[in-house]
Design a protein around this ligand. Structure first.
Ligand code: PLP
Length: 394
């Protein structure tokens, strides 16, 4: 018996919600089933909702600050869940992971410098790089035997370009679903350290792990990795509190930390959101049991999707993720371009998925599905996809 409820479908339309209310500008209609945007259609853990309720009733929402128990909650969570305890002194604030990426770009690069990414990858990386005149340098992942791998030879080659100053690692990888192994991360870190680049390790998806797979924080793999790594973490994906705009950055190197902080101070971003602050603390201190049940439920959703495809749509495959709740579906057998596939899914199926082509090189022919929803909605989504594909088969 589960203690927590993930089956109830909760109405989100009309709640100023990006996933359900924000489809029209992207898909040309708001009247389709949303399976895009990486948040969940589940309530946050009751342990989190309760502290927020108490705070609302307090009724005063003035300027906020984070104190020692806040940093202790982050360090304790990483120690318990990922076997790595960051020093609380290393922890800095960011209202979100993406603003931290932008701050790092301002702190560690100049216009014209290169920033390396591993596509197909979370697309806001691209805008963060080009927004202030930096260059995207690609080290595309290799897709082989249904699995994404890093191309280390190409990474070495790309980092020979001395104008590349910063690397964005997505770990676990969105949308590839890979949870990089310690061996892969050691090799990656050693190449990056030998080239003297700074690495942002975006570990926002690190808590959603399947089939006993463990996440390895990049900064934990070696001394050299620790010295070049800026780790971004957040309770937002894990506990469905992205709307509370609260995340953290872990920077062991004092030099990198001071540089990052100077940008945050300049942009005056260190204040914080009162609800996000207390929600982070509650989630990281009291969210373990909820997360364990959530992960088991998500794993059943993956089984459901895989089974559904086997029976109804054998030409489409799920790239079974080791982590993250936003895996790819492989539609490449249809031979469609990215926009054509999106059009088919929206117009014939009535379903919104993130287009694989949005994630850059290597993404075309895939679409990203958000599996963090009650089983009923997952079933509805699969029926929509089936409808689209059947209309294409005719
Ligand atoms: C890899 C990755 N980084 C960052 C984010 C967003 O972070 P934030 O909302 O904290 O800016 C997402 C959201 O989907 C993501 O997948």
């Amino acid at each position: 018996m589960r203690k927590y409820d993930f089956d109830t479908v909760i109405e989100r339309k009309g709640t100023v919600c990006a996933k359900w209310d924000g489809m029209e500008p992207i898909f040309g209609t708001g009247d389709i089933l949303p399976m895009w945007v990486a948040d969940m259609d589940f309530k946050a853990p009751p342990e989190v909702v309760e502290v927020l309720r108490e705070r609302v009733e307090h009724g005063i929402f003035g300027y906020t600050r984070r104190f020692a128990p806040y940093r202790e909650a982050i360090a304790g969570w990483f120690e318990r869940r990922h076997g790595w305890r960051p020093d609380t002194e290393w922890i800095r604030h960011t209202p979100g992971v993406v603003p931290a990426l932008s701050a790092a770009i301002l702190a560690f690069t100049q216009p014209g410098d290169g920033v390396l990414v591993q596509p197909p990858v979370y697309y806001p990386f691209f805008a963060a790089i080009t927004g202030r005149g930096r260059r995207i340098v690609e080290n595309p992942l290799i897709f082989s035997d249904g699995r994404f791998e890093m191309d280390f030879g190409d990474l070495e080659k790309k980092l020979e370009d001395s104008s590349v100053k910063l690397v964005f690692l997505c770990s676990p990888h969105n949308p590839g679903g890979r949870v990089w192994t310690r061996e892969e991360l050691e090799k990656f870190a050693s190449i990056c350290a030998s080239r003297g680049v700074v690495v942002i390790s975006d570990e926002i998806h690190c808590d959603i792990l399947f089939r006993g797979i463990k996440h390895t924080p990049l900064a934990s793999v070696s001394e050299e990795a620790r010295n070049i790594t800026i780790t971004t973490v957040a309770p937002s994906k894990t506990f469905n509190i992205a709307g509370l705009s609260t995340a953290a950055v872990i920077i062991p190197s004092k030099r990198l930390r001071d540089n990052y902080q100077s940008v945050i101070d300049f942009l005056h971003l260190d204040g914080g959101n009162v609800f996000g602050t207390i929600a982070l603390e509650a989630a990281y201190n009291r969210g373990d049991a909820w997360l364990d049940e959530l992960t088991a439920y998500l794993e059943e959703n993956l089984d459901f999707i895989e089974h559904y495809l086997e029976i109804h749509l054998p030409e489409i495959t799920l790239i079974r993720p080791e982590g993250t709740y936003v895996p790819l579906l492989d539609f490449r057998s249809l031979g469609l371009s990215g926009p054509e596939l999106q059009d088919l899914l929206v117009k014939k199926g009535g379903v919104a998925l993130d287009g694989g082509h949005w994630f850059g090189t290597g993404g075309t022919g895939f679409a990203r599905i958000n599996i963090a929803a009650p089983r009923l909605l997952i079933q509805e989504g699969m029926e929509c996809i089936e409808k689209a594909i059947k209309s294409f088969r005719k």
